[in-house]
Design a protein around this ligand. Structure first.
Ligand SMILES: Cc1cc2nc3c(=O)[nH]c(=O)nc-3n(C[C@H](O)[C@H](O)[C@H](O)COP(=O)(O)O)c2cc1C
Length: 336
């Protein structure tokens, strides 16, 4: 049967399921597996150390799939920013047709991508930012609720409100992001007004995710309470998996006058990378969302996507359909 939406049509994919950009995780293995399974896989641009390395990774991904895939460009405040314009040029030169942007002030990137005919999906965590990205000319909004791994913003609005609030105002297609991991979530996202879902944490617990098995097991072992919110007092909130390092960061930043410098050495990307690659769960931060509470196995991307689609169709055709139509037998006999 299949579920067709504005997202499947626009992106040329079979199922309305997108794999969000993920630092150190969004490599060709995962991206190609998601795209081959009928979703949209996304390479994470800055995971590659240089723009040339990104070109090579795009080429490598093309040897693994002939389906559409995208590249994520995350623009975060940084003392030594990466050469964003050069990464952007590598993406454009490589003939990539879909880009996911995330972070602040994407205007110059959006304009350049759009002038090269690239479809731009922008990830935001508030209705006002979604509307401003729409005015900027992006093609798709990925609206990320408070449940999400990564940066949920400072408004603390969960998807149950954020998605329909955005759908009331945003005209372009939207993927709902944050907390999605199964077919029930996909149906809920569609019901709330989105055109598909974007998943991060759930795709980390798949066979093809290029991270250590112990990290995948952590995502299984943790439940929906297994996250910490860090950097709250720095107004740069991040939701990460609960471990000894994120607990320590929360404790340190709870002190009066705590500054970023007090935790800087604990939260480096390099340490997070060591955790993902070695499975040393106390090596650094691990990014993970509340959806850990819905993760109970480590399927291939194809098994996961097929299962989500089958479950979504079953929920619509049976569970929801059962609530429509004739009233319960007793009530109808009384009415007769
Ligand atoms: C390990 C990991 C790394 C991530 N890195 C990035 C990133 O570099 N850029 C970005 O835009 N989002 C990043 N995210 C956020 C995801 O793209 C996505 O928005 C988020 O995971 C959705 O919430 P969920 O985890 O509940 O599905 C990351 C998420 C995870 C789990």
């Amino acid at each position: 049967m299949g579920i067709k939406t504005r997202i499947t049509e626009l992106l040329g994919i079979e199922h309305p399921i997108v794999q969000g950009g993920m630092m150190w995780v969004g490599r060709a293995e995962l991206t190609a597996a998601v795209s081959n399974a009928g979703g949209l896989g996304i390479l994470t641009g800055l995971t590659q150390p240089t723009p040339d390395a990104l070109r090579a990774e795009i080429d490598r991904c093309r040897t693994m799939t002939d389906k559409p895939f995208a590249v994520n460009l995350t623009i975060l405040p940084s003392i030594n920013p990466p050469p964003y314009a050069e990464y952007r040029k590598a993406i454009i030169d490589s003939g990539i047709k879909i880009v996911e942007t995330a972070g602040g002030k994407p205007q110059e990137h959006v304009e350049d991508f759009k002038s090269h005919g690239i479809i731009v999906m922008h990830k935001c965590t508030s209705v006002r930012h979604a509307l401003s990205a729409e005015r900027m000319g992006v093609d798709v909004i990925s609206i990320d609720g408070f449940e999400c791994a990564g940066h949920p913003g400072e408004d603390d609005v969960g998807g149950l409100i954020l998605i329909p609030a955005a759908a009331d105002k945003v005209k372009i297609p939207m993927t709902a992001s944050g907390g999605f991991g199964d077919g029930r979530g996909l149906v809920a996202a569609l019901a709330l007004g989105a055109d598909g879902i974007n998943m991060g944490t759930r795709f980390c617990a798949t066979v093809e995710a290029p991270i250590h098995d112990k990290v995948k097991q952590l995502l299984l072992d943790n439940d929906e309470r297994g996250t910490n919110l860090i950097f709250r007092n720095l107004h740069n909130t991040a939701r990460v998996g609960k471990n000894s390092v994120s607990d320590e960061v929360v404790d340190i930043l709870a002190r009066p006058d705590a500054k970023f410098e007090d935790v800087a050495s604990l939260v480096t990307g390099a340490k997070g990378r060591v955790l993902l690659e070695t499975g040393d769960l106390d090596a650094g931060l691990v990014w993970a969302g509340q959806v850990q509470g819905l993760i109970h196995d480590i399927p291939t991307c194809k098994q996961l996507i097929d299962r989500i689609m089958a479950e979504a169709e079953e929920v619509i055709a049976e569970r929801l359909n059962a609530h429509l139509g004739s009233p319960p037998a007793k009530a109808s006999s009384q009415a007769a």
